[in-house]
Design a protein around this ligand. Structure first.
Ligand SMILES: [Zn+2]
Length: 253
């Protein structure tokens, strides 16, 4: 299984438009962060988790030629607003499967009514196959995926476990009952927005405490704000098995 970090930035991305913050001005390519998303591939399967406003660029940069589906963590704009750009895949492959919580499907139906409506459909509009996610494991390709309920402030968000890999973005808290689903995971991705506290995201301290609790072999931090600091400086201070992810980083497991 190969995981590609398509984007590792928080909702505005880095650099932030119009910002002269030193991290936004950094020349280190690892300080340029598109909106969060990962590509997961194994055997002949390729899935994307979330489809934010940078989806088109992410597909081009990584030369993605087909996707078997898009799995959504939640409905916020930084995770959904690229949906129209599935068009090249739709033209080649036909209707694109999407997987989401009922609430998230509802939100997508409102925001992208022209994709979901069957009446008077514009010929160039893409179509999707809706797959409703519940708290039960579901199948992607030949793999069972475990959804994990986490809290993004007061909003329910899904994290996902693919065998020994788990991806939890936009998390502020996780109920004890859900922790069981992460037992034995080898590679864990969690959000760490910045050092200061935030109402709906782990800060660095909370992310590290969570990693300590789950005890994966290694962990990667994502959904990074420019306020967190320079990639190189953050990495130098992290525990040995914790890495700050960066755009286009690939890991194999
Ligand atoms: Zn987000």
């Amino acid at each position: 299984m190969t995981i590609t970090f398509l984007g590792t930035g928080t909702s505005q991305g880095i650099p932030v438009i119009g910002s002269d913050h030193p991290v936004c001005m950094s020349t280190d390519p690892r300080d340029k962060r598109l909106r969060v998303s990962v590509l997961i591939s194994w055997d002949d399967y390729t899935y994307v988790i979330d489809c934010g406003p940078d989806f088109r660029q992410q597909m081009l940069t990584n030369q993605v030629r087909k996707i078997d589906g898009i799995v959504f963590t939640h409905e916020h704009a930084d995770h959904t607003m690229g949906l129209d750009d599935i068009r090249p895949f739709f033209f080649k492959q036909g209707d694109i499967p999407i997987y989401a919580h009922e609430r998230v499907l509802d939100s997508l139906r409102t925001r992208f009514a022209y994709i979901f409506s069957s009446e008077n459909k514009y010929p160039g509009a893409p179509s999707v196959v809706e797959n409703l996610l519940t708290d039960q494991p579901f199948t992607l390709g030949n793999l069972d995926v475990i959804p994990i309920n986490v809290w993004h402030g007061k909003l329910q968000v899904y994290g996902f476990r693919f065998k020994d890999f788990a991806y939890l973005t936009d998390v502020k808290s996780v109920d004890e009952t859900e922790l069981e689903k992460l037992k034995g995971v080898k590679v864990l991705v969690v959000n760490a927005l910045r050092k200061e506290e935030h109402h709906s995201h782990f800060n660095e301290e909370e992310a590290l405490a969570f990693i300590e609790k789950i005890q994966p072999e290694r962990a990667y931090l994502t959904h990074i704000s420019h306020l967190y600091g320079f990639h190189e400086e953050i990495q130098a201070e992290l525990p040995e098995n914790v890495y700050i992810a960066y755009d286009n980083l690939q890991i194999n497991l």
